[in-house]
Design a protein around this ligand. Structure first.
Ligand SMILES: [Zn+2]
Length: 206
């Protein structure tokens, strides 16, 4: 396991709000207790960008949601949490997600150009705000967000890529931006020993 890494309070706060939206208040309390994060029960991190929380805490909370629903049911729930997280970030214009909001959505440029702009903002937010190094790559068919450090590195080993929160965030982000559904996939995952978590965002909708 890599050395723990700090992240901004607002990143964990938004994540907790999103979990609470999907699991309810009681479910959230149970998840935090299960993650041994009792100190956050009814006491979420403050809404600011100070590096006051850690990636391992985010990873533990994500794992607790997965454990709560079981390996089979967890995927759909984690995707929902990721989608809720995007929507909270958007509603609050949180710099954690690097969102420019309506201005970007209404820009008169082709769809893939808009997608690239949003993904560039999300990558910049990772690098500048979240303390999570990330690069954006592109080929003819898809964009790729590549995270060399990820919260999944602080979770138990999985059989399959497990960063469904990020997949959900990206699915919802693209949906919000284009009104279309994109089959976002995590193609390599650091939890399984890969060098990075690599998310593929196809340029063509489903
Ligand atoms: Zn990951």
């Amino acid at each position: 396991m890599p050395e723990d890494r700090k992240m901004p309070n607002d990143a964990l706060r938004l994540f907790f709000l999103a979990i609470e939206e999907v699991m309810g208040k009681d479910g959230m309390r149970a998840a935090l207790h299960g993650a041994k994060l009792d100190k956050y029960i009814d006491n979420y991190p403050p809404k600011n960008l100070e590096l006051g929380v850690s990636m391992s805490e985010y990873g533990l909370a994500e794992q607790a949601v997965e454990d709560f629903y079981g390996a089979r049911g967890a995927r759909a729930m984690l995707l929902r949490v990721g989608r809720a997280l995007f929507n909270y970030g958007m509603k609050e214009q949180s710099t954690v997600l690097g969102l420019a909001g309506q201005a970007l959505k209404l820009m008169p440029v082709p769809m893939t150009a808009k997608m690239k702009l949003l993904l560039e903002q999300m990558a910049a937010a990772g690098n500048k705000t979240v303390n999570q190094p990330v690069t954006l790559e592109e080929d003819a068919d898809a964009f790729y967000l590549v995270y060399s450090v990820c919260m999944c590195q602080y979770r138990p080993k999985h059989q399959n890529p497990c960063c469904y929160i990020t997949v959900g965030i990206l699915m919802e982000g693209m949906k919000w931006l284009t009104d279309k559904n994109f089959a976002v996939q995590e193609v390599t995952c650091a939890n399984l020993g890969a060098e990075s978590c690599r998310f593929k965002i196809p340029k063509t909708p489903e």
